[in-house]
Write a protein that binds this ligand. Structure first.
Ligand code: GDP
Length: 695
């Protein structure tokens, strides 16, 4: 058995995972030839299967790195595409289809790509070989092909035919050897013909004497010689059925024997001519084995050097700190959970209450604006001369059903606005925003997809409880919808609080006025236009409609700002008055609630918020704290197992720092493995086995 080749091919494939390590290259057989020279037919005959892309317009655009693994255990032949995660493909027409698709993935404008397709074929009938099929040389670029296609193919082949690779130069017997592009290319890099095997296809198409003359060629002598083959597909019998692939080599062999044996003088044992695909296969095995063995010491030295360098870098850069995708994920998750735990300890009922009350304050202001402030309310109060003087409250009759109705409507507008939904939304948004903030500060910030998975896990858990929570809250608030039942102490608290809310609103009005001022170019200008608007409102000036070019020397845009400013000024005046009113003695008493709607609504809002929060805390927050960490684990697991089981590695590599660390650790581990395997080979060699094997 070709023990060395098998092991060296394994090592070669391992090394290809180490990455760019130019110092360690193990020999492979590169197959070159002109288009239609019969290159694919030869390769398929060696493998014993039809599997290469076909079709008149089919130009191979990527190298195919083909590893043949002699696998005595394999019950059926199968192929694997390690880079695609495609394992054990027993249908060779599917392999052909996959290769065709991968080939077509190179855009025509790019012509060819040097990114190889890796394919491994396991069979008890193939020898251990490492072959690289390259795009066929083209003589004249076709009508629809870019001009540089020819040059690019040639450059790609040049990359691969360098030493220590063995060149399998394919030429057809019915073309002049002097014109063989494959032989011309190989002579450029291997002028003494030391690592080139010449393959002459289509031997059946020339006279036996001419054929024999080509094989014994003296003009282009090759140390490894020429082999003549006839690898044309045997004529198909059996109608629609695909040819039994395992018989492919056998039938080609039969075909070749029939031809070569019928010309014993030219091709017989005494002719010195090497013929037949079986002979070619043996030669390939032998030559590759020799080339691999001769590289054993050199390769070992190169790997040892590379490992030393990697180990040194590991020490210097990472202080030998281990790293794996698993450990990175575990550490990131631990850290996140820790931060989450801290958050859970600081965000509870009180925080929810404040948030909800803030939102309800806004709703209270909306109600006040809608029911009181936006209407002429001069008759509700008269502005006091000084804050503490007794406010001359309504001129209107306090018993007037109008004011009762106003307050009742405002109050039910508040209790019936859907506090359940509002509370659930406020809580969900706040929790979600906090989780997102935690994520931004965690290592998941560098992993957008995983970050999204966690963020969505939070959304899912929250959404899950939203309906039941909001429903529960609505039920618990039902009594307040009919009678809010405000107590004196609640009134007192409402009075204290609402003044702050009104002051906040006042400040906003004033800030908005200021920014209007600067947007029109100063206070003076704004005053002018406000004066104009005021006059217009009082009817002192008549503006006919919204004239697009403005009025009174002011542009339409300026007038719009002026109106806005007048509104804000009036709103600020009203709020100012209401602050004073709320602070006044009259408003100390719950009895005067019809004159102090701000306080009453605030007290109602507090009541609503307090009741809602009891529910929120249990139904939503505690449930979230319990379920979220579990949900994160489940969802992250699902995510990591996606991408053909590659998710974890992909995840860790998204962070460039981790990727570099991982690369180095994995490179070191791979090199250690390779070195161990190659040392085993040395022991095998030292025991004299290689020589025996070679003989
Ligand atoms: P490639 O373009 O170099 O891969 O060439 P193919 O393997 O596709 O072969 C080109 C054509 O030559 C096909 O029609 C094959 O059937 C034919 N062919 C290949 N080998 C032989 C052979 O040994 N004898 C004959 N007569 N035809 C062959």
């Amino acid at each position: 058995m070709m023990y060395i080749t098998k092991r060296m091919i394994e090592i070669r494939n391992l090394l290809s995972r180490v990455g760019q390590s130019s110092s360690v290259t193990l020999p492979s057989i590169v197959v070159i030839g002109s288009q239609s020279s019969g290159k694919s037919s030869v390769l398929e005959a060696i493998v014993g299967h039809e599997f290469l892309p076909k079709g008149s317009n089919m130009i191979t655009r990527r190298p195919i790195e083909l590893t043949l693994v002699n696998d005595p255990q394999a019950k059926v032949d199968y192929g694997e595409f390690p880079d695609l995660g495609l394992a054990r493909v027993t249908d060779f027409s599917l392999i052909q289809k996959t290769l065709t698709e991968l080939n077509q993935s190179v855009p025509e404008s790019q012509c060819v790509s040097d990114d190889p397709i890796r394919l491994t074929i396991h069979s008890p009938r193939v020898p251990d070989l490492s072959l690289i099929d390259l795009p066929g040389y083209i003589q004249v670029a076709g009508e629809n092909q870019p001009r540089e296609l020819k040059r690019k193919i040639s450059e790609l082949c040049d990359k691969y035919i360098r030493g220590p690779n063995i060149i399998l130069a394919i030429s057809a017997a019915d073309t002049d050897l002097a014109n063989s592009t494959a032989l011309q290319a190989s002579r450029r890099v291997d002028p003494r013909g030391e690592r080139t095997i010449g393959v002459i296809t289509k031997m059946d198409l020339v006279d036996p004497e001419k054929g024999a003359a080509i094989l014994g060629d003296k003009q282009y002598p090759l140390r490894l010689g020429y082999v003549g083959v006839i690898s044309k597909m045997p004529v198909q019998t059996g109608g629609l059925f695909r040819r039994e692939s395992s018989n492919l080599l056998a039938s080609i062999n039969k075909n070749e024997k029939a031809f070569f044996n019928s010309h014993p003088e030219e091709f017989g044992p005494n002719s010195g001519a090497a013929t037949g695909t079986i002979t070619l296969r043996k030669k390939l095995m032998h030559v590759l084995e020799q080339q691999m063995s001769s590289k054993l010491t050199e390769t070992t030295d190169a790997i040892t050097r590379e490992l030393e360098e990697t180990t040194y870098q590991f020490k210097v850069q990472y202080n030998e700190q281990p790293m794996s995708a698993e450990s990175y994920l575990a550490a990131s998750l631990d850290d996140f959970k820790h931060q989450f735990h801290n958050f859970a300890n600081t965000f509870g009922r009180q925080q929810l209450l404040e948030l909800l009350k803030d939102s309800l304050d806004q709703k209270v202001l909306d109600q006040l604006a809608a029911r009181y402030w936006n209407k002429p309310i001069e008759d509700l109060f008269i502005a006091p001369a000084e804050p503490d003087s007794l406010v001359d409250l309504p001129k209107a009759d306090p018993k007037s059903p109008y004011w009762h109705r106003q307050l009742d409507t405002a109050c039910s507008g508040l209790t019936r606005l859907g506090v359940g939904r509002l509370a659930a939304t406020v809580a969900s948004n706040a929790i979600q925003a906090n989780i997102d903030k935690l994520l931004d500060k965690s290592s998941f910030a560098k992993h957008p997809s995983a970050r999204q998975v966690i963020s969505e896990a939070a959304a899912l858990v929250l959404a899950d409880r939203a309906y039941a929570t909001s429903d529960g809250i609505e039920i618990s608030l039902k009594p307040y919808k009919f009678d809010p039942d405000i107590q004196p102490n609640e009134w007192e608290k409402g009075r204290e609080h609402v003044v702050g809310v009104l002051q906040g609103e006042l400040e906003q009005c004033q800030n908005a006025l200021k920014s209007l001022e600067s947007s029109v170019g100063g206070r003076k200008k704004l005053r002018e236009v406000m004066g104009f608007v005021d006059k217009a409102r009082k009817g002192e000036i008549i503006i006919e409609g919204d004239h697009p070019s403005g009025a009174g020397g002011f542009s339409a845009a300026l007038l719009a700002r002026g109106r806005e400013a007048v509104f804000l000024r009036d709103r600020a005046d009203i709020i100012n008055m209401r602050i004073v009113a709320s602070k006044s003695r009259k408003c100390k008493s719950l009895e005067n609630k019809y004159y102090c709607p701000e306080i009453f609504l605030d007290a109602v809002a507090t009541k609503l918020a307090q009741t809602a929060v009891l529910f929120l805390n249990v139904e939503m927050l505690n449930d979230f704290y319990h379920r979220f960490p579990r949900e994160v684990e489940t969802k992250l697991n699902e995510y990591m197992n996606s991408h053909g089981g590659n998710g974890l590695e992909k995840f860790a590599r998204e962070d460039p720092k981790i990727r570099r660390h991982l690369d180095l650790v994995q490179r070191k581990e791979l090199l250690e493995l390779v070195l161990m395997k190659i040392q085993d080979l040395h022991r095998f060699d030292a025991a004299g086995n290689v020589k025996a094997d070679r003989d």
